[in-house]
Design a protein around this ligand. Structure first.
Ligand SMILES: Nc1ncnc2c1ncn2[C@@H]1O[C@H](COP(=O)(O)OP(=O)(O)OP(=O)(O)O)[C@@H](O)[C@H]1O
Ligand SMILES: [Mg+2]
Length: 59
């Protein structure tokens, strides 16, 4: 299991699963094509794994 945590300000509520769809960007805070998470999911799925994302309240 690989776990990555950052302090990004979180994802919009109800949009978490959409983040894995190709060319979907949930905010305009930084540049990008909306491909990073889609490519990661396809690679993980191809190897029989699972990938998920969750919002955590600030400690
Ligand atoms: N670490 C993160 N923190 C907060 N939001 C994120 C994070 N990673 C992704 N997201 C959200 O999910 C969306 C999709 O992420 P994804 O990595 O697929 O695309 P991107 O980062 O916008 O562009 P790319 O990865 O192609 O450069 C982002 O636009 C952003 O809204
Ligand atoms: Mg990205």
């Amino acid at each position: 299991m690989i776990e990555i945590e950052d302090c990004c300000g979180g994802l919009p509520p109800g949009k978490v699963e959409e983040a894995f769809a190709p060319f979907v960007r949930l905010d305009n805070r930084q540049s990008g094509f909306g491909l990073g998470l889609a490519i990661a999911k396809q690679a993980v799925d191809a190897h029989g794994g699972s990938i998920r994302v969750q919002n955590l309240p600030r400690a």
